[in-house]
Design a protein around this ligand. Structure first.
Ligand SMILES: [Zn+2]
Length: 518
């Protein structure tokens, strides 16, 4: 841990966030240059390549899909006039299969929340045939104050829109009409509209189930559809959250034509290994991740058109590289193997880490713990650490003890209803059954009050987050990033040496696969 040098983290950030790297866009030259840089750093530390064919690079094949405005959805009731939905104002959607044109003609099933959650004894899919159907469903999850039922006020993954589309695709549905309601989604239609009007990127991986129509519809449209069936949407929503709710086919047909512009491109994760020292345990692993991609260069944009991504996430890459260098130079390796992975396409929806967790260097069941760094502010010496999700794992007592040794207070998740745990690369491992969390600073720094830190964070979000102005500045203070690196080494080293694999707390929604030994 003593080898961690904040000035080396600075050097990585300064280079990775320089204009030469063109914002490290996925599928762009700058992104590929960042991958080469990180790979050559790993090589210089003497780490083993753990990518494809004896290299450090693991190819990630992607497909960018842009829905064209000519796309149409018409809903035809058994009785009454067909209802045409307006693109962007009433619906948004993607044909995930990557066809340029797709004509869908399917029956509609009302699914309520569209959730199969065995740990809460809840399964909307139990008694209904959804193959080839279009599923009308709600975002979020059955409302609850009971921590044992959908985790009370906190959002479980079952409530996220990504889950709804993934589960429907796994079940063989043709499509989903996801009903948007501001209070239930926690953001307005404008957010849905803007994030679905441009290109969306998916893995070009035939093992991933895809929907022909992954769409959101505006709340008033859903009300109209219910009325066309002689039903009342408010009553339907009320019933969907109650025990005993059963999905039902609706007297509706969806006729949709989806036109898509489809672009194929490749990127790479960068993966290196420090082989474990124990002959029995070296087949098991601890994984460190940080995404190297950012938003790239936007040609034709007036003014500064390079999204340098200094804080997001050159900082995480600098930390990852310093951990890799320090561990490689320790003179002896821990019992289990350590993998270091700089992931791509995080900004496109965690796609690089999704691919890595689907094609891991050792099976997911043998990965004890995954630790991630994303956007770690270079603001000086931290007095707090944010390890949201660590409390879901059996490793939490070690995390608590280590935080104490470091003089770091653990900060609680300030917005459990917002589902932050589902929005960075560690989550790709969690959903594959691997105990995983991100390590970040809280708002309290030495020689400042908490308000100062909160102000810095708010200013960053308001002015620089995902903006060309997220740039390297000489006054950045990397001592905190160094503390986070040392803290991560302490945790990873212990996870790599302790007797058993890290597990999930009983009943955790991500514990099913590990419990089943998968
Ligand atoms: Zn990030």
């Amino acid at each position: 841990m003593g080898a961690i040098d904040p000035e080396k983290i600075r050097a990585h950030v300064r280079f990775l966030a320089s204009d030469q790297l063109e914002g490290r866009g996925t599928g762009q030259r700058g992104g590929d240059m960042a991958a080469s840089y990180i790979a050559s750093q790993f090589a210089s530390y003497g780490l083993k390549p753990a990518g494809d064919n004896g290299t450090y690079l693991q190819k990630v094949a992607l497909e960018g899909i842009t829905t064209q405005p000519a796309s149409t959805i018409t809903v035809a009731p058994a009785n009454g006039a067909p209802i045409d939905l307006m693109f962007l104002t009433q619906f948004v959607g993607t044909d995930e299969t990557g066809k340029q044109r797709d004509d869908i003609d399917a029956d509609v099933v009302w699914m309520g929340y569209g959730i199969d959650a065995p740990e809460f004894n809840w399964n909307d899919y139990a008694h209904v045939d959804v193959k080839g159907k279009v599923l009308l469903m709600l975002v979020n999850e059955p409302p609850s104050d009971d921590p044992k039922f959908f985790a009370g006020k906190a959002l479980t993954y079952y409530g996220r829109w990504t889950y709804k589309f993934e589960e429907a695709a796994r079940r063989g549905a043709a499509g989903v009409l996801l009903v948007h309601k501001t209070e239930m989604a926690s953001y307005g239609w404008n957010v849905v509209r803007s994030s679905w009007s441009g290109e969306r990127d998916y893995l070009r991986d035939s093992s991933v189930p895809k929907l022909r129509l992954a769409s959101w519809i505006q709340f008033d449209v859903a009300r109209q559809l219910a009325q066309a069936c002689g039903m009342n949407l408010d009553h339907m929503i009320e019933a969907a959250g109650q025990r005993g709710f059963a999905p039902s086919p609706l007297p509706l047909k969806v006729k949709a034509t989806m036109f898509s512009e489809v672009r194929h491109f490749d990127s790479s994760n960068v993966v290196a290994a420090l082989p474990g020292s124990d002959p029995k345990l070296h087949g098991q692993a601890v994984v460190y991740t940080a995404h190297y991609d950012h938003l790239g260069i936007v040609h034709g944009l007036a003014g500064d058109n390079i999204y340098n991504g200094a804080q997001d996430n050159a900082t995480g890459c600098g930390i990852l590289l310093e951990i890799a260098r320090a561990m490689a130079s320790a003179g002896h390796a821990p019992k289990r193997s350590i993998y270091f992975a700089a992931t791509t396409a995080e900004e496109q929806g965690l796609r690089g880490s999704e691919y890595l967790a689907r094609h891991p260097p050792v099976p997911d069941k043998d990965i004890s713990l995954a630790l991630n760094y994303d956007d770690v502010p270079p603001l000086g010496v931290p007095e707090e650490v944010n390890v949201a999700g660590a409390e879901r794992t059996t490793f939490y007592p070690v995390v608590e003890r280590t935080a104490k040794e470091f003089g770091l207070a653990i900060v609680p998740d300030s917005q459990p209803g917002a589902g932050h745990y589902f929005r960075s690369d560690h989550f790709s491992f969690a959903r594959a059954g691997v105990p995983a969390f991100s390590i970040d600073e809280g708002d309290k720094y030495r020689d400042h009050d908490r308000q100062w830190g909160t102000q810095q964070a708010q200013e960053y979000v308001a002015k620089h987050y995902h903006q060309p102005s997220d740039e390297y500045r000489p006054e950045m203070d990397f001592r905190g990033d160094a503390v986070m690196a040392r803290f991560g080494i302490a945790l990873g080293w212990e996870a790599a040496n302790q007797a058993g694999l890290v597990g999930w707390q009983p009943g955790d929604e991500f514990g099913k696969m590990r419990a089943a030994g998968k």
